[in-house]
Design a protein around this ligand. Structure first.
Ligand SMILES: Cc1cc2nc3c(=O)[nH]c(=O)nc-3n(C[C@H](O)[C@H](O)[C@H](O)COP(=O)(O)O)c2cc1C
Length: 250
C-alpha cells in the first residue's frame, strides 16, 4: 500500500503539468500470455554502440523479428538479478537501475507489426519474460492520437511505453521523488537506445505524446502514469539517411 496522500499530491502535480483533469479509468485486465524466446545477448562493443546510436526517423517496412524483440526487451528492461529486499528473498532488479532498486517502471508494447505477436497492446512481464495481451487490433488510429508527430504511428513497427507506478514510488519516497522517477525512465530509455542499436534496430525516444491518450490506450490504473514513449523497428535499408533532422518540437 502506498502513501495515498503523497500519491494524490503527485497526481495533482502531474495533471497540472499536463493540463489534465482527473480521469476515472478502468484498468485493462490481462489476457493471453505470450512467452518470449530465450536469446543470446548482442555482441557489440559498448563505446562503438554509443558512437553509432542515433534517433531514427525512417524504419524498414517489415515486421519486427521475434528474436530481436525478445533480446531488446530482455537486455534493456528485463531482470538483471534477484536480491533479498523489500521483505522478499527474490526481489527483481532491472537491467536499468532505478532509485532504491524499486520496481516502479512498467514497459508496455504497442505492436503494429511483429513476428508471431498479433497487433495490439501488451504489458511486458520482466520476471517471466512474457507479453501479457491487454487488447487486440491494429493500434494505428489510437497511436495517431498519442504521438504529437503522428508519422511515428505509421513508421514504427512497435512503440514501447514506459510508465511509473506512483503508489509504489510514494510508499517509500517523499513527493520530490516525482522527479526521480523521470530519471529512472531516462536510464531505461538509454538502455532501449543502446540495446536497440546493438541489435541493429532503428529507435527514437519520444517525449512528444498525449498523456491522457497514451494512458487510455494502455489502460493503466490512475496511479500509473506514462513517462516516455519509444519508437522502434528494423532500420531502413539506407541508414545513412535517417529521414531528416529530429523535430524541434521537443
Ligand atoms: C528524452 C528524449 C525525448 C525525445 N523526444 C523526442 C520527440 O518527442 N520527438 C522526436 O522527434 N525526437 C525526440 N527525441 C530525439 C532527440 O531529438 C534526439 O535524441 C536528439 O536530437 C539527438 O539526436 P540523436 O539521438 O540522433 O543523437 C528525444 C530524445 C530524448 C533523449
Amino acid at each position: 500500500m502506498g502513501d495515498r496522500q503523497t500519491t494524490e499530491q503527485a497526481l495533482a502535480v502531474h495533471r497540472l503539468l499536463n493540463s489534465q483533469s482527473p480521469v476515472l479509468r478502468a484498468a485493462l485486465q490481462g489476457g493471453r500470455r505470450l512467452p518470449l524466446p530465450d536469446v543470446h545477448p548482442p555482441q557489440a562493443d559498448l563505446v562503438a554502440t554509443l558512437a553509432l546510436r542515433r534517433s531514427a526517423y525512417r524504419y524498414a517496412d517489415r515486421d519486427l523479428e521475434l528474436t530481436a524483440l525478445s533480446a531488446w526487451l530482455r537486455f534493456s528492461v528485463g531482470v538483471q538479478r534477484f536480491v533479498p529486499a523489500y521483505g522478499v528473498n527474490d526481489y527483481p532488479l532491472s537491467m536499468a537501475p532505478s532509485a532504491g532498486g524499486l520496481d516502479i517502471l512498467r514497459a508496455y508494447l504497442v505492436v503494429r507489426r511483429a513476428e508471431q505477436i498479433p497487433p495490439g497492446v501488451y504489458r511486458y512481464e520482466a520476471v517471466s519474460h512474457e507479453l501479457v495481451e491487454l487488447s487486440t487490433g491494429d493500434p494505428f488510429d489510437a497511436l495517431q492520437e498519442v504521438y504529437v508527430q503522428p508519422e511515428f504511428a505509421q513508421r514504427a513497427a512497435v512503440s514501447l511505453a514506459l510508465t511509473a507506478r506512483l503508489d509504489v514510488a510514494f510508499a517509500k519516497y517523499p513527493l520530490r521523488h516525482y522527479r526521480t522517477l523521470h530519471v529512472d525512465s531516462g536510464v531505461a530509455v538509454q538502455n532501449l537506445y543502446l540495446v536497440g542499436t546493438a541489435l541493429g534496430l532503428a529507435c527514437c525516444a519520444v517525449a512528444g505524446f498525449d498523456d491522457a491518450a497514451l494512458a487510455s490506450l494502455l489502460g493503466v490504473p490512475n496511479t500509473e502514469v506514462p513517462t516516455m514513449l519509444f519508437a522502434a523497428g528494423h532500420a531502413a535499408a539506407d541508414p545513412a539517411h535517417n529521414g531528416g533532422s529530429p523535430s524541434p518540437t521537443q
